[in-house]
Design a protein around this ligand. Structure first.
Ligand code: ZN
Length: 212
């Protein structure tokens, strides 16, 4: 499947699975030094391949697409520039993850799939206005080497080494936020060394699968 079609399908998926409402959120894929990203303001169920914007990673200039790239383009560029293994980014406004973002509280790591796929607790980026380079820098910094981050009073970002992995991360992010909310103060956290072990098993096995 080509890059534009992967982005188009991923955008439709985050809408249909309830991770965003309307045209909020955005999705991108990095391939051959180019960022393929959803446009600003086009309903996801009306998106066509020609609507996907193509942006040069290094210069940040749009080089293809009949629509303007998402207003959160700086955040996508910053994350790809800072985290070389990342190939896909999914920005969502899912309910429970956004609730944690509004409390400006990290999502603690209670469940093993969170440890494996997200890499542990999900941290909160310092507040900045949407679409700004300040938000881009805050988000990339708070992401670190994990696969999800919360944006204060706004939403969340999930990333992956492929679009498939980023979409799974977005679902596990929302599920982890729901569990952490339900558990409240009664949960027992996974221990940090177990989180690190689970993460390593996941990263290594996925990498091997990619090479096969
Ligand atoms: Zn947003």
């Amino acid at each position: 499947m080509d890059e534009k079609e992967q982005v188009r399908r991923a955008a439709l998926y985050i809408l249909q699975s309830g991770l965003v409402k309307g045209t909020w959120g955005n999705v991108s894929l990095l391939s051959g030094g180019k960022v393929y990203i959803t446009p600003s303001g086009v309903p996801y169920d009306e998106l066509e391949a020609q609507d996907i914007a193509v942006v040069d990673l290094e210069s940040g200039d749009q080089i293809e697409g009949r629509q303007r790239a998402s207003s959160e383009l700086p955040m996508h560029l910053q994350i790809y520039r800072d985290h070389k293994a990342i190939r896909a980014i999914v920005h969502v406004h899912s309910i429970y993850a956004t609730a944690f973002a509004c409390m400006r509280k990290p999502i603690p790591c209670y469940v093993e799939d969170q440890a494996m796929i997200l890499g542990g607790s999900v941290q909160v980026a310092e507040y900045a206005l949407p679409g700004t380079w300040e938000l881009a820098k805050n988000a990339s910094k708070a992401l670190g080497d994990r696969f999800a981050v919360l944006l204060s009073n706004h939403g969340a970002v999930a990333v992956g080494r492929s679009m498939k992995e980023a979409l799974v991360a977005a679902q596990i992010l929302e599920k982890s936020a729901q569990i952490a909310y339900l558990v409240g103060k009664n949960g027992k956290l996974l221990e940090e060394n177990d989180i690190q072990y689970l993460r390593k098993v996941y990263i290594d096995s996925y990498s091997r699968k990619l090479e096969e």
